[in-house]
Design a protein around this ligand. Structure first.
Ligand code: ASN
Length: 312
């Protein structure tokens, strides 16, 4: 594939308009990062730096929403390491062993299939505001998220940045079960929901990776995603699975290799994993939603569109 400077070489052809657009985006990005980090720090979270390479990363499997075509693995110092797909395992460990509440702005590399280049919602490199809370459950995380996002919307409206749906700050956001949505919209519910809502909505009980808590008897998943109008899923998280037997059982069920998760398994066998819950907010999607950009890559200074490798 021919290499590009930026998407459509717009940087060369559209000159100043393009530069001005990117500058506005950088300003908004800077404002958003400042506000979010202020809210987290004020709520008592500790800010940690991200990891880029590790022997352990999120398997992103099984997950109905994922389309990973390649997991990046290489050798350093004679050891095989992976590039972070999400810091989920690190978050659970830090939260269990060291600090009650933590957050990080974590770059994630997810080599999505090229077919996703036109969705306007997928990137092969993006950043999540990933956080974790000890002694907490789903309700705690969901109400915390509503609190900070409503605060953000209110602050944005006050600074003259407006979207109609930002007015959804005086009500509780609705909660739908993924089964209910599948019955209503079919298997493709994830892509249809965002076009049919006027306020942010929660979707719960979504079958996916071993680290999300699943009730052994009912089979119900204690997890949640937040959908925003137009842009779709902007946050995903769960109460965590900390029981050694359950983690092992689910890894076998899903064909996830246990040797890749040795430390996590040791800690859970020794009873050192604490009850915790958390989530990750997709920064680029949130920014695209706030600015009304149709394509999430437009908010990146150096776009990372699936299937397209730029010069920068
Ligand atoms: N950040 C998500 C969580 O906290 C995990 C992910 O990105 N796959 O559950």
């Amino acid at each position: 594939m021919e290499q590009k400077w930026f998407k459509d070489e717009i940087f060369h052809y559209e000159g100043l308009d393009y530069v001005e657009k990117k500058r506005r985006m950088i300003n908004m990005q800077s404002l958003l990062l400042k506000k979010l980090s202020d809210y987290f720090l004020e709520e008592g979270f500790r800010w940690i730096l991200p990891v880029i390479t590790s022997k352990i990363t999120d398997p992103l499997w099984p997950d109905p929403g994922s389309s990973i075509e390649k997991r990046i693995e290489f050798e350093i110092y004679g050891e095989k390491v992976r590039v972070t797909q999400s810091m989920i395992i690190h978050k659970i460990i830090v939260c269990s062993l060291f600090e009650q509440k933590i957050f990080t702005f974590s770059p994630n590399l997810r080599i999505e299939r090229s077919e996703r280049r036109n969705t306007g919602k997928h990137l092969y490199e993006f950043t999540q505001l990933d956080f974790e809370m000890r002694d907490s459950g789903s309700r705690d995380v969901m109400s915390f998220v509503e609190r900070i996002l409503k605060r953000l919307f209110k602050d944005l409206i006050e600074s003259g940045i407006y979207r109609k749906e930002m007015e959804c700050i005086n009500e509780d956001w609705e909660i739908y079960d993924s089964n209910e949505l599948e019955n209503k919209f079919g298997k493709d519910w994830e892509n249809l929901v965002s076009g049919r809502i006027d306020c942010p909505v929660w979707v719960v009980n979504i079958p996916r990776e071993f680290y999300d808590y699943q009730d052994r008897i009912t089979g119900r998943w204690d997890n949640y995603d937040l959908y925003l109008p137009d842009i779709g899923e902007v946050l995903s998280g769960s109460r965590r699975e900390i029981s050694y037997n359950r983690i092992i059982e689910k890894m076998f069920r899903d064909g996830v290799k246990t040797e890749n998760f040795r430390i996590l398994l040791e800690l859970s066998r020794e009873g050192k994993l604490k009850e915790c819950a958390g989530a990750g907010i997709g920064i680029e999607r949130l920014l695209a939603w706030i600015t009304g950009e149709k394509d999430v890559s437009d908010v990146q200074i150096f776009p990372r569109i699936p299937g397209i490798v730029n010069y920068l």
